[in-house]
Design a protein around this ligand. Sequence first.
Ligand SMILES: *Cc1c(COP(=O)(O)O)cnc(C)c1O
Length: 715
Amino acid sequence: MKGGQKLPALDGFRLVAAFLVVCIHTSPFASWTELGDFWLTRVLARVAVPFFFMTSGYFLACSGWRGFGRTMKKLLLLYGCAILLYLPLNWYNGGLTPLQWLQKLLVDGTFYHLWYFPAVLLGLLIARQTARLGMPAALILAALLYLVGLAGDSYYGLAARIPVFAAGYDKLFAISSYTRNGLFFAPLFILMGAAGYRLRPRMAMVGLLLTLTLMSVEGFVLHAGMIQRHDSMYIFLPLVMLCLFSLLLTADGCRRRDFQEISLLVYLLHPWCIVLVRGAAKLLGLEAILIYNSLGHFAAVLLGSICAAFVLERLRPARPEPHARAWRETDLAAVVANAKTLQAALAPGCRLMAVVKADAYGHGALAVARALRRRAGIRAFAVSCLQEGVALRRHGVRGTILILGYTPPDQARQLFCWRLTQAVVDEAHGAALAARGWPLHVHVALDTGMHRLGVPAEDTAAIARLFTLPCLRIDGVFSHLCVADSREQSDIAYTQGQLEAFYAALRALRASGHEPGTVHIQASYGIWNLQPQPCGFARAGIALYGVRSNPAPVEHPLPLQPVLALRARIAAVRDVRAGDAAGYGLAFCPQRDSRLAVISVGYGDGLPRELPQKGGQVLICGQRCPMVGWLCMDQLLADVTDLPQVAAGDVATLIGRDGMAELSAEEIAACCGMLTNELLSQLSARLPVIPVGNRRTIHTDHGEAKTVAASGAGF
Ligand SMILES: *Cc1c(COP(=O)(O)O)cnc(C)c1O
């Protein structure tokens, strides 16, 4: 969990890496110190490209390699653009045979810095394939390739003394000018990034200083001995990268798309800048400052590249901000904390199954499931239907995914292919699933009194028959309680009856020689209102999201935090005179001169239409303001007469905290006579989900940004 809430500082370091690449190609200190320049550009700056490889591997592995095809396509497209961009210079340099062109295109890159693209493309392919062997084997294989590369790079002087090697490398260099390529160089770093190993910060810090020193010594010795054919690969480079990357992964950073783009553009453009700076220097007679003074040359190239990158980045059409109009904020730190709190309340040996059906009760199933897997150690999830299960799998969620609802038997193949676990809703369903012939993982549902899904718990013969069906692998048996939220005596007795029926059925099953597997019966109210149960799982839904279904008190309250905030932009602020009217049906007729805020969210986003009539409120500038008039599909009106500072572009909070004020989902649901589950699960997919960690930035009026603490996280 340590550092789990932090985002790696990788995007920030991209800028540093791009800067180092510019150093490599401009040698800033060359006019003063040959050795200093060697150290900066041929040793230290050699971390830049491996860093880019590792970052690619890291982010691909984070998504379970799902983005592989997309990444390859994007890189190919970029390479294509870069080739076109440098064609004029190729043409100016002239004199390549078609065969040389082919070799440059496929291996060396068509301009000196473009070798990166064929290298990363081939490297990713190799890494992807070898990763299937398991990380240790893949890393060993890649390390061996790296050693072959090393002997053809920094250590060539030694390797070439052995005639067989010399001959072998001669052949190799006919195909690829350097061993610093996609076969020998890239795979190791891509796989190291994908493995995501991180040393403890202190160890990484000490390690970085130590390995950098060792690599520097290595570099100087090789340089002095004139052993290097090229100077991209060192024995200590992978260790330097391990330490550096560990530090970046544990640092507190953020994802910065603009940094990604600017570093990429600097990388792509700086060779053009070198040409242009030289041209301009000659034209203006400034050779002394801009060419012969290495620092001046470097500064001009860097400045030119950065300016060009900024201009291009600005010109590119931007995608809409996800939180431009109205959005959901899911506090992942809170959902992780809730999972841990719930887990701690369960009987020993009983694990939490996270119910993420209905898009995790409107919180965004993917973000929630990923956070729970990574940061709360949750290994089992429940959804309501096949589509929901497949959506999680497609985005790389591993572990058990139990489908609680009905899946038609003719979808058995999908269940099998996506390794989903299906609830058997009755005997006929089980038989029909088995008849499809796919070896399926299932949990048998028992009906202990709800009379919804499940084999009747008292029909022990039918339950036992399911265990004899071919093709069904019964991993568990479960039931659902229907009045566990009530503290009425009769309901408590009914729940006791359900529990007894459940355990009696399990005993009968074991007596007939069948092992029920992992059993479970508690949902959220089963955790709140019952003693810990001797089960393998407890299926928590609403409790995970830090709210109750209804205002009734519970037996064992737990310190849970609300996870969701719903916010929307104020589109406009309007004055309405006393006696005038506003909205559909002119339903709002103020008694006094009033100001109305038009807020960009409505019933089309899942809010109940009668909310304003039921006393609905919004938070603006930390104050409660009443909703007025009829709720529209995409807008609502709020009375902000007492808040003169409100302006278009401000953020209104429909659910969640704003300053000291808070509007809970429970309050809104209760005032509309709904369950909180109902309100939350109706939130529309039109509202983007913005995961928030421990801090978030809200853009208030006119682009001014302020950082506020996440709701309930206690900052
Ligand atoms: C929805 C559901 C749950 C989760 O219920 P909560 O009350 O939200 O915890 C558990 N089990 C089954 C069978 C469900 O359908």
